[in-house]
Ligand binder design. Structure first.
Ligand code: TRP
Length: 365
């Protein structure tokens, strides 16, 4: 992000960027005072966009001593598609991806939406706190709705409120996100604030921790996406990685230069390579120069395979034990249910819904 001119950000994005910088200092000082909630839609295997964009950041924060809760947002899959029969395989694959990159289930919690009804129930009171206009105004929801080519379903329109429940059920105070998720975080803050105003202080307003890597594009120059199948997945083999990079169309100019506006494809490859080896993209462009696209692609293939090799090894080991993956998820689900039941009890109390046995949790069947 530091690589882009600040003029392209809106004022609210800029203030979130500044706020993130001071949060980083607070995290370094007092890591244990932060609880992070972050998540992914299980629409396919994770790819290098996720890796550089969010996964390395999650692992870094976990290793600093921040409490990390990772949500597999399976209900959110339904915002723009029908559930597929392969959902459980995809979810298992996601758990393997998490373990492979270094999320440690003895320290961090991994769970799935659908296994935590108490979280989902929070959506009901939360929906009462936002207006129809606010739901329709969300730019990310608008963009996602347009991409489906149909009008928004009720779930699409309200998923930012669901996301507020994801974050507030565990009283998370920090959410690492990319710019596209900022409107959702703002919705979460609004829900927390209004709940507190109406029913008494219960929820802290969580902060966004903005990810600082530039958006990496997929092999076709479009946004890297699990569904477009244009990204290099963590699980991909080395020769598959090479083949995907070989297929990327470049332009007919031989000399490599970093010019994102005029040469977006070349710039994207340079961004990827610079990110993978931790160097500045312009310096990389200069070094490759006359070596042309073939050298750029060769270096990128090697760099990515180097970064991914140990991850792929760990992933294979993890995937070889599906029973362990299920157990990790089951344990996470059970713990998330306890946390969510506590929060739902607090919410019921705040709303005056304390007449049912369930508020004492003595509902036995
Ligand atoms: N909407 C996020 C995505 O598409 C996934 C997600 C669901 C999430 N709930 C969340 C992210 C809560 C952060 C916090 O990637």
């Amino acid at each position: 992000m530091s690589q882009h001119p600040t003029s392209q950000y809106t004022p609210s994005q800029l203030s979130a960027i500044e706020r993130s910088q001071s949060l980083e200092e607070a995290i370094a000082d007092r890591p244990s005072s932060f609880r992070i909630l972050t998540g992914d839609r299980p629409t396919g295997p994770l790819h290098i966009g996720h890796y550089f964009g969010t996964l390395t950041n999650r692992v870094r924060l976990q290793n600093l001593g921040v409490e990390l809760i990772v949500l597999i947002a399976d209900y959110q899959v339904l915002t723009d598609r029908d559930a597929s029969g392969q959902l459980s395989e995809t979810v298992r694959g996601l758990v393997a991806d998490y373990l492979a990159v270094g999320i440690d289930p003895t320290r961090s919690l991994i769970f799935a939406h659908s296994a935590v009804p108490q979280l989902n129930e929070l959506v009901l009171p939360f929906l009462s706190l936002v207006s129809d206009t606010e739901l329709h105004r969300n730019p990310t929801v608008k963009a996602e709705t347009e991409a489906t080519g149909r009008g928004p379903s009720g779930l699409m329109l309200t998923y930012p409120v669901h996301q507020a429940a994801d974050i507030l059920f565990c009283h998370a105070n920090l959410v690492p996100v990319g710019l596209d998720q900022l409107p959702h975080l703002e919705m979460t803050r609004v829900v927390a604030r209004r709940f507190n105003e109406r029913y008494g202080q219960l929820f802290a307003e969580p902060d966004a921790l903005l990810t600082t890597t530039p958006l990496l594009l997929g092999a076709d120059g479009q946004k890297m996406s699990k569904t477009r199948d244009n990204g290099i997945t963590l699980a991909a083999a080395e020769d598959e990685t090479a083949a995907i990079i070989r297929r990327v169309p470049t332009d007919s100019e031989r000399h490599i230069t970093y010019e994102p506006d005029r040469r977006p494809q070349v710039a994207n490859l340079l961004d990827l390579l610079a990110t993978a080896i931790g160097e500045d993209h312009s310096a990389v462009a200069e070094r490759i120069g006359a070596g042309g696209a073939s050298q750029l692609k060769r270096e990128l293939t090697d760099a990515l395979n180097d970064v991914l090799r140990p991850i792929r090894q760990r992933r294979r080991a993890a995937a070889a034990n599906p029973g362990d993956l299920d157990r990790i998820l089951n344990d996470g689900n059970a713990r998330a249910r306890e946390i969510a039941a506590d929060t739902l009890r607090q919410v019921h109390r705040a709303l005056g819904m304390t007449y049912s046995d369930q508020s004492q949790d003595s509902l036995t069947v």
